[in-house]
Ligand binder design. Structure first.
Ligand SMILES: Nc1nc2c(ncn2[C@@H]2O[C@H](COP(=O)(O)OP(=O)(O)OP(=O)(O)O)[C@@H](O)[C@H]2O)c(=O)[nH]1
Ligand SMILES: [Mg+2]
Length: 328
C-alpha cells in the first residue's frame, strides 16, 4: 500500500527540513523562499521498538522497516490558485497525493524570512485554506458546466458544495460521489506545527502534531541524544500511520527482517500479495503469531507445538503487530 503524503505549507515553513529529519536524506534546505521547485519523493522509515526487538532476535543481515512516502511540494503563497509563485502547478502536485500533511511555521528566526512578514500560525493555515478553496471553486465551476450540459443529477450536490465552500468546511457526506473530481477537500488533512506548541481554535484536520524539526535535526548530530530523538520522530511517524488507518505486520527470512504497512481491514491474501506476487497466486494458508508472543517464546516450531500459532485462511483479517509466514 503506497500512500503518498503530500506536504503543503507556506515557503520557509520547514517542509524540506522536516523531510530531512524523517528520512535523514539530503533534500535541498535553504533559508530563501522557493528553495524547492519540483516535488520530490522521500521515504521515511518507521523504526519502532517492535521491529528492533524482532531484529534483535532474528539477527538477519538486513532490516527493512515499514515506511511512509512523503512528497516535498514547493511552498504555496497567497494567490497560488491564480498561479502566483507557480501555485497552480504546485496545487496539481498535491492533487496527485492521497493525503495531505500541512506544515505551519511557529518558530522565530531572523535570518529566515516569512512570506507574510511575521509569525502567525492561525493566519498561515487560513491562507492555505483560502487558496485551496479558490482552487476548488475553479474545478467545481468547470464540473458544474460539464454536468449541466448532460443534465446529470450530480449538478445538485456540486452546486451545494460550491455555495458552501468556506475555510475548514469539508464534505464527508459527499466524499464517495466526489472522488471522480479529485478535489483537495475530499482528501484527509493533517497538520504539523513546526516549532513551539500552539492550539488551533478552528480546523478541519484529522489530527494535529507538533515537532520542532530544525531543533530535532540539530540533536540528531549529537550521538548521545540521537536515540531519544529518534524515538520522538518515529513515535510521530508511527502515530501518523495509525491515523492513516494503516496497520503494521512483520515477516522474516534467513536474510531479511521486514515490517509492512497495510490498510486496516485487509485480508491475509492482500498481505501475501504485498510480500510476494507468487505468495498470492499459490497461497494455501498463513501461520501467524503476535510479535509480543513470539518474542517471549523465541522459536517458531515451539510456538507451533504449543498451539500458539494461528492458522489463517486467505479471507482472515491481518492484525496489528502480527508476524506472518505464508505457506504455498
Ligand atoms: N529555528 C528553526 N528553523 C527552522 C525550523 N524548520 C526550518 N527551519 C529553517 O528554515 C529555513 C527554511 O526551511 P525549509 O525546510 O527549506 O522550508 P520549506 O518549507 O521547505 O520552504 P520552501 O521549499 O521554500 O517552500 C531553513 O533555513 C531551516 O533551517 C525550525 O523548526 N526551527
Ligand atoms: Mg522546501
Amino acid at each position: 500500500m503506497k500512500i503518498k503524503i503530500g506536504l503543503c505549507g507556506l515557503p520557509n515553513s520547514g517542509k524540506s527540513t522536516f523531510l530531512k529529519l524523517v528520512s535523514q536524506a539530503e533534500v535541498l534546505i535553504a533559508p530563501y523562499l522557493f528553495s524547492t521547485l519540483k516535488p520530490q519523493e522521500v521515504v521515511a522509515p518507521i523504526i519502532t521498538s517492535e521491529i528492533k526487538n524482532l531484529h534483535l532476535f532474528t539477527k538477519t543481515e538486513k532490516l527493512v522497516p515499514p515506511y511512509l512516502i512523503f512528497i516535498d511540494i514547493p511552498g504555496l503563497i497567497r494567490g497560488a490558485h491564480r498561479g502566483e509563485g507557480l501555485g497552480n502547478e504546485f496545487l496539481s502536485y498535491l492533487r496527485g497525493c492521497d493525503v495531505i500533511l500541512e506544515i505551519v511555521r511557529n518558530f522565530l528566526r531572523e535570518d529566515v524570512p516569512h512570506p507574510e512578514g511575521n509569525i502567525d500560525p492561525e493566519r498561515d493555515v487560513l491562507i492555505i485554506e483560502e487558496e485551496i478553496i479558490e482552487a476548488e471553486k475553479a474545478i467545481l465551476k468547470k464540473a458544474v458546466k460539464r454536468v449541466e450540459k448532460s443534465k446529470d443529477e450530480k449538478v445538485i450536490f456540486l452546486k451545494e458544495i460550491f455555495h458552501n465552500l468556506k475555510p475548514f468546511a469539508r464534505f464527508p457526506q459527499f466524499s464517495e460521489k466526489l472522488k471522480e473530481f479529485n478535489l483537495l477537500l475530499t482528501k484527509d488533512w493533517f497538520l504539523l506545527i513546526n516549532g513551539r506548541e500552539f492550539t488551533f481554535k478552528n480546523s478541519a484536520f484529522k489530527n494535529i502534531y507538533n515537532l520542532d524539526v530544525e531543533w530535532e535535526l540539530e540533536i540528531l548530530k549529537n550521538q548521545e541524544a540521537q536515540k531519544e530523538l529518534a524515538i520522538k520522530v518515529y513515535e510521530f511517524l508511527n502515530q501518523l500511520r495509525q491515523d492513516l488507518n494503516l496497520i503494521q505486520f512483520f515477516t522474516f527470512t534467513e536474510k531479511i527482517t521486514q515490517g509492512w504497512l497495510i490498510q486496516k481491514g485487509s485480508k491475509m491474501i492482500d498481505a501475501a500479495a504485498m510480500i510476494h506476487t507468487d505468495f498470492a497466486l499459490k497461497f494455501k494458508k498463513a501461520e501467524t503469531i503476535s510479535l509480543e508472543n513470539f518474542v517471549k517464546i523465541k522459536d517458531w516450531n515451539k510456538a507451533r507445538s504449543e498451539g500458539l500459532l494461528k492458522i489463517k485462511g486467505r479471507e482472515a483479517e491481518v492484525e496489528e503487530g502480527e508476524i506472518i509466514f505464508v505457506k504455498i
